[in-house]
Design a protein around this ligand. Structure first.
Ligand code: CA
Length: 223
């Protein structure tokens, strides 16, 4: 497990780094907001510990930027005990947890472990295709952060596309998998369902996931 620690106070960052390394975590430290923002985009890190008051870009701006760009990795913010507004703002911007300074190392460790456990559970059943998220456990669907209500069949259709993304699927294959009965190629009900699904997920010309393959069927493109 690799941790990115963005904290400019050397005493605090040394204390956290040493403690976490004793617990067999790998820790990289950044001492400025600008460097921290750049490193936060690296997929190498499983969690980010983020101080708010930093030279350069502050921690809240870093957090906002990450969430705007759909970087969903867990972020634990560090804040001075008296700045309750920072804490509220941080949670509103999508921080997963916060810790007020001064804190004990034991408390930090417990929170880091809880966030890592939570994200490991989530990662295993959330699939993301561009700005669309689908939760295979709860069947929640979100696009660009907004929840989308689908019927059971529409959901099944979407999940089938996602599980077979970047593969052209003909109408018969789709019908057999989603409706599990013999399909009459003379009907257009697959097209009707797909158009309804497209509407619900906001698929339009410049932001399209499900593409028509002329004379064949459909394809969900992830690139
Ligand atoms: Ca600071």
């Amino acid at each position: 497990m690799k941790i990115l620690l963005i904290e400019d106070e050397v005493k605090v960052s040394d204390f956290i780094k040493r403690g976490l390394e004793n617990e067999r975590f790998i820790v990289d430290v950044c001492y400025s907001g600008n460097e921290g923002l750049e490193m936060a985009y690296s997929p190498a890190y499983d969690i980010i510990i983020l101080d708010i008051m930093l030279p350069g870009i502050d921690g809240l701006k870093i957090l906002q930027k990450l969430r705007d760009d759909f970087i969903q990795k867990p972020v634990l913010i560090l804040t001075a005990r008296d700045s309750i507004e920072d804490k509220i703002q941080g949670l509103n911007l999508g921080a997963d947890d916060y810790l007020a300074k001064p804190f004990s190392f034991g408390e930090l460790l417990a929170r880091v472990r809880a966030l890592l456990r939570r994200s490991a559970n989530q990662q295993s059943h959330i699939i993301q295709v561009k700005d669309l998220n689908i939760d295979l456990m709860t069947h929640e669907v979100k696009r660009d952060g907004y929840a989308i209500e689908l019927t059971a069949k529409e959901y099944a259709l979407l999940e089938f596309f996602i599980n077979n993304s970047d593969r052209a699927l003909n109408r018969i294959t789709i019908a057999e998998h989603v409706w599990q009965y013999d399909f009459d190629p003379g009907t257009n009900f697959i097209d009707v369902y797909i158009n309804r699904l497209r509407k619900k997920i906001g698929d339009c010309n410049n932001n399209r996931l499900i593409h028509t393959v002329r004379g064949y069927g459909y394809i969900m493109k992830t690139k």
